[in-house]
Write a protein that binds this ligand. Structure first.
Ligand code: COA
Length: 157
């Protein structure tokens, strides 16, 4: 793959507004798409701890990951979302972005990179397993599972 991941800030608002990832009968994909299209640019503008990295191919945003440290645990990075655009799935974009994020976390001495994933989101759970995640229930939220990855060991996964 020739393209390199790009840091995305609020100036990428037009790319966010055009992003589509909704999948029929996968409600969480609609929620993620709405967040990217409607609130991500503002979040990046007002919260300096929120970071985004993505692949832009032929002027189109094809995949992105957004993360920030937990407010009370700065050595834990929480992935806010990881999504690949409709039409660009299964080309390795999400895996490359997550591996890049884990490499950056490892370099920054981050202890855990975690994300909350809908229990029916087979693809995302599979990717987490591939990267060596520990997966457990989210207390009080039966629809979601928390996936935790130690960046220091994931580089071998
Ligand atoms: C989940 C998602 C991010 C995967 O993106 P992608 O770019 O298509 O994934 P990749 O091509 O990098 O796949 C990497 C690995 O993920 C897993 N995977 C991805 N999609 C999968 C699917 N539909 N079924 C099973 N495993 C899947 C596989 O382990 C795959 O590795 P493999 O190709 O060697 O089998 C994408 O489907 C998406 O954007 N979904 C909507 C948003 C979302 O649900 N985000 C997660 C919550 S934040």
């Amino acid at each position: 793959m020739a393209v390199e991941p790009t840091s995305l800030g609020p100036e990428a608002g037009a790319l966010f507004a055009a992003f589509r990832c909704t999948v029929f009968r996968q409600r969480w994909t609609r929620d993620i798409e709405d967040t990217i299209r409607e609130t991500l640019a503002t979040e990046l503008a007002i919260n300096p701890q929120t970071q985004a990295l993505g692949y832009v191919v032929d002027g189109k945003l094809v995949s992105l990951v957004v993360w920030r440290p937990l407010p009370d645990e700065q050595d834990v990075w929480q992935i806010q979302l990881l999504a690949t655009a409709t039409g660009s799935a299964r080309r390795g974009y999400a895996e490359r972005l997550k591996r890049e994020l884990l490499n950056r976390a490892n370099a920054a001495d981050i202890l855990i990179v975690q994300s909350e994933v809908h229990r029916d989101n087979t693809g995302m759970l599979q990717l987490n397993r591939k990267l060596g995640a520990t997966i457990s229930p989210v207390p009080g939220n039966p629809d979601y599972l928390v996936c935790m990855i130690d960046p220091a060991t994931s580089i071998w996964a």
